[in-house]
Design a protein around this ligand. Structure first.
Ligand SMILES: C[S@@+](CC[C@H](N)C(=O)[O-])C[C@H]1O[C@@H](n2cnc3c(N)ncnc32)[C@H](O)[C@@H]1O
Length: 259
């Protein structure tokens, strides 16, 4: 299955050489730990899954299309790990697309149980493991692709996770990332007058509930460590809310190729 990225994704398109603006790098430091994020999903995981599915049912999801288009050309040959897989919806899609092997990795037990239920219902063979970015439960150079749909930005130290992703990816493997855009983080951090170490309070699904997320800058996403291990093949700003009236990108999509 090959899905086409719709033109609207290009509204905010940034090419890899685009320089980060000052606002994206003006954030309080140091960032808080990601443990709070896992606790959030332990508490609200089931509700999150219901809302997430409802929100995107019948709505285009540009981030997902980007991931699928990136994987589609030779998916039958790929071992794909979806990290922070939540209820496993993307893992299931990759298997339905014909991926050779799919592994869902998730730290929250509540989310992992949701994923187990979804996988069982699908009847597909998908491996599920408990784990998180700082220590992925995978051998060295064992996977062709790692996907991270709104799970990578929760980490405190992106560089530690980049090293870990580079450890488990094969040479030439791809790391696909969808995160809140640093412009969005900087705006929220400013509005909420965040002090160093404080997290942003981000309302999800039209304010149904709020998640605490550490803000990140563009320089952190495209850090020297990132560039040491990966070539930045694509860098796209888009509306994660699929809202055409948004003036600035709220989501950032990255396609990173392990050197
Ligand atoms: C916004 S949800 C996204 C879930 C799924 N990828 C999706 O798109 O529906 C974030 C997920 O990241 C997981 N997560 C939180 N901290 C993590 C960590 N340190 N490492 C990996 N995943 C983490 C959460 O438990 C949650 O399932």
């Amino acid at each position: 299955m090959r899905l086409q990225l719709l033109n609207s994704v290009n509204k905010f398109q940034h090419r890899p050489k685009a320089s980060a603006t000052t606002i994206m790098n003006e954030l309080p430091k140091p960032y808080a730990s990601e443990e709070l994020s896992i606790a959030f999903y332990e508490q609200h995981g089931n509700e999150y899954v219901r809302n997430q599915r409802e929100f995107y049912s019948g709505t285009k999801d540009t981030g997902r299309e980007f991931f699928r288009n990136s994987l589609a050309p030779n998916i039958e040959q790929l071992t794909i790990a979806d990290v922070g897989c939540g209820a496993g919806d993307d893992a299931i899609t990759y298997k339905q697309m014909g991926a050779a092997r799919v592994i869902g990795i998730e730290p929250s037990k509540v989310m992992l149980d949701e994923a187990k239920k979804s996988v069982e219902t699908s009847g597909l063979t998908i491996e599920l493991q408990q784990g998180k970015w700082d220590r992925l439960p995978l051998p060295d150079e064992s996977v062709d692709a790692i996907t991270a749909r709104y799970s990578f930005h929760v980490v405190e130290n992106l560089n530690t996770s980049y090293k870990e992703v580079a450890r488990v990816l094969k040479k030439g493997g791809v790391f696909l990332v969808g995160v809140p855009h640093p412009i969005h983080d900087a705006k929220v951090a400013k509005e909420q007058n965040l002090k160093p170490g404080e997290k942003m309070k981000v309302p999800l699904f039209h304010g149904k509930f709020t998640v605490d997320i550490p803000p990140h800058t563009m320089d952190e996403y495209l850090s020297d460590t990132c560039k040491q291990y990966f070539e930045i093949e694509e860098q796209i700003g888009y509306s994660m809310h699929e809202d055409v009236t948004e003036k600035e990108p709220t989501g950032l999509l990255l396609k990173l190729r392990k050197i």
